[in-house]
Design a binder for this molecule. Structure first.
Ligand code: GUN
Length: 288
């Protein structure tokens, strides 16, 4: 069994980015600049955005955090988006999701200039991804593909099951795994809440990508001997630690790992890759 070490791989990627930034700065140019918009004060979102901003500083990027009140109107948020679209000093930005219920998320994502959409959430970028054209691919699905690539996990002709059809993870990664690419070229099943006989489908899969958010959903008896298991679950579970919670994945790691050929841990698997790929997209936006 080989652990797909997202922490190490993301540090390798960050080192590669730092080298590029140093060479940019040594030529007298300004560094890449990422902005992050956060609306409200949801604990998990604040943690994620904080990690993104700290990661920018670590690789030598400029970063701007735009914190907005929960009560902001849709119109005011759209004005902020237009401002960022027109700010020549900002190469790329993200609007952290979820947004408060009174704001139409799709309307906001549509307003983001696709050239600055380093999250890859704009329909133009999502469409370009599906057509295998140069674009910004969303960080989490791209992080999964990068782990498969760097660890040379065989995917061609394999049966892949993606569990969960979210716009951010399940849907895009199901498309990427089916593209005529390496990694990719696999036969993909996209399972969701209406899927029948899900255990039978998981059992037939060579690659299981679980993006469900249900702790311990994937059990040892469900998977095929030698399967590759990618755990995208990040659920906060209360515990006695100082923080008061721990992060757990969808996979019963202790038992499933014994049966798998490659597996991602939680934490330290897909999570850290997400930030590294966001930085990579920001560097690309800067170069574009
Ligand atoms: N919320 C959960 N994941 C993400 C992400 O990758 N980007 C943004 N903007 N919001 C998120």
């Amino acid at each position: 069994m080989i652990i797909l070490d997202g922490k190490k791989t993301s540090n390798d990627i960050k080192d590669e980015i730092t080298d590029e930034v140093n060479s940019i700065i040594s030529k007298g140019d300004r560094p890449p600049h990422l902005a992050a918009v956060i609306v409200g004060n949801d604990g998990a979102s604040l943690t994620y955005v904080g990690s993104k901003v700290r990661a920018c500083e670590k690789v030598g990027f400029d970063s701007t955090l735009v914190s907005l009140e929960d009560s902001i109107s849709e119109e005011e948020l759209l004005d902020k988006v237009y401002e960022l679209n027109n700010d020549k000093k900002i190469d790329g930005y993200i609007v952290q999701l979820p947004l408060p219920k009174h704001i139409d998320t799709q309307k906001v994502l549509l307003a983001v200039d696709p050239k600055k959409d380093v999250d890859g959430f704009h329909p133009v970028n999502f469409g370009r991804m599906a057509l295998n054209l140069p674009t910004f691919i969303s960080a989490t699905p791209n992080g999964i593909m990068e782990l498969l690539k760097r660890y040379k996990v065989p995917t061609e002709g394999k049966n892949t099951i993606v569990i969960g059809r979210s716009d951010i993870v399940g849907k895009p990664v199901s498309i990427l795994m089916g593209l005529k690419t390496n990694p990719g070229n696999s036969t993909v099943t996209l399972a969701h809440s209406r899927t029948k006989n899900i255990e039978d489908l998981i059992k037939q899969a060579d690659i299981v990508i679980s993006a469900l958010g249900v702790p311990d959903f994937i059990k040892e008896h469900m998977i095929k001997e030698g399967a590759t298991v990618i755990d995208v679950g990040i659920t906060r579970v209360e515990d006695d630690s100082e923080k008061g919670y721990k992060i757990v994945g969808d996979v019963d790691y202790e038992n499933v790992s014994k049966k798998s050929s490659f597996i991602t841990p939680v934490p330290g698997g897909v999570g850290p890759m997400t930030i590294a790929m966001l930085l990579k997209n920001t560097l690309q936006a800067y170069k574009n």
